[in-house]
Structures are given as C-alpha cells and as structure tokens.
Design a protein around this ligand. Structure first.
Ligand SMILES: [Mg+2]
Length: 139
C-alpha cells in the first residue's frame, strides 16, 4: 500500500520551522511498515526547500528513507500552478479527523488491514448522559 505520512505533529512534535521532539515510536513504526509489511511511504508535508531537507535528513539519520517526498512517485514532476494531489491509499496525519492515534494503534490498524474501516462509535464518542426520561423510566 502507498501511504502518505505527514512530518510536523506526526513524526515529530510541532515546532515548525524547527524540528520538534520525536513522537514516540513514529520512526520505528514507519520503518517496520516498510521492512516487515512492505508498504511504500511518501513523506507528505507543507515543508519546502531547506526546511523540507531538514525533515528528510532527520528521518534519514534515523534509518528512515521515503519512496517519494511530496510527490506520488520519485520521478513525478510538479506542475506549475497546480496544487499537489496525492493518489496514495492512506494518509497518516495529525490533522486526521479525531487526531493522531498512538503509533502502536496506527501500526495495528494498518498491519491488520483495518486502516480504512470505520472506527467503532463507542471508541470515539464519550458515553451519553442519560436523559431525564431515561432516568425517570429506568432505561
Ligand atoms: Mg502536521
């Protein structure tokens, strides 16, 4: 599977334009997704130029290299004036609806083939308080 991964707030904590503190197990999980599960990873970030290179270098020094950076495949040429559009199958981003899950959960979801399945509601919504009528009638 081709997976896009954000950098700031996802691999490291938000400190843009600096590099934030590592988010626990982000790098380890991504390396495992590549080597054990054979997924291809695209670094997908708003960083450009030197700041983009900082992020690529940060990951490389920790043994994580991407299939492509801010593009669908290594040879893709950015089109002038056209917004970037990725055709990946999955995004890992701290701006997901519901935020960024723990990296252990991310790995489990992808490894077990559940990454695109809906999250059960009971895991996302706080328990509802009983209404007046439910309390009154013992429901
Ligand atoms: Mg982010």
């Amino acid at each position: 599977m081709l997976i896009a991964v954000d950098f700031d707030g996802t691999i490291v904590e938000h400190a843009y334009p600096k590099i934030g503190k590592p988010i626990p197990f982000a790098i380890e999980t991504l390396k495992r997704l590549q080597t054990v599960d054979h997924h291809e990873l695209v670094l997908w970030t708003a960083r450009e130029g030197e700041l983009l290179q900082d992020a690529v270098d940060y990951c490389h020094k920790r043994g994580l290299d991407f299939y492509a950076v801010n593009r669908n495949y290594p040879e893709e040429q950015p089109k002038d004036g056209a917004g970037r559009k990725l055709t990946v199958e999955l995004f890992i981003d701290d701006r997901n609806l519901g935020g960024l899950p723990d990296w252990g959960i991310i790995y489990d979801m992808i490894h077990n083939g559940n990454a695109l399945k809906p999250v059960p509601q009971e895991k996302t919504l706080p328990p509802r308080k009983k209404s007046f009528w439910q309390k009154l009638f013992g429901l």
